[in-house]
Design a protein. Structure first.
Length: 90
């Protein structure tokens, strides 16, 4: 799982059939202190998130296929949760 922030919408006139009716966002990986960590990437939304939300992104194909319930899903990055709060210990 990767902690990230949703930074923008992706608009497409043509999508793979496995992505129909699914929102795609640009997400920026984050450190636990909220600073950017690495390059942004695209992720399919499964948690009703939106721009500005801090989210958890699953980037493992088999886990994504299990969450989606489709053994042939082309999705590689899936937003699975919206983060309400981060508590750091130490």
């Amino acid at each position: 799982m990767i902690l990230a922030r949703v930074v923008g919408n992706v608009v497409s006139t043509v999508k793979h059939p496995g992505l129909n009716a699914k929102a795609v966002f640009t997400v920026q990986p984050l450190e636990t202190d909220g600073s950017d960590s690495g390059e942004s990437f695209l992720a399919v939304d499964h948690a009703q998130s939106g721009p500005g939300d801090t989210v958890l992104v699953l980037r493992e194909g088999n886990g994504i296929r299990q969450v989606i319930g489709d053994s042939k899903s082309p999705i590689r990055c899936l937003i699975v949760a919206v983060v309400d709060q981060i508590d750091r210990v130490g």
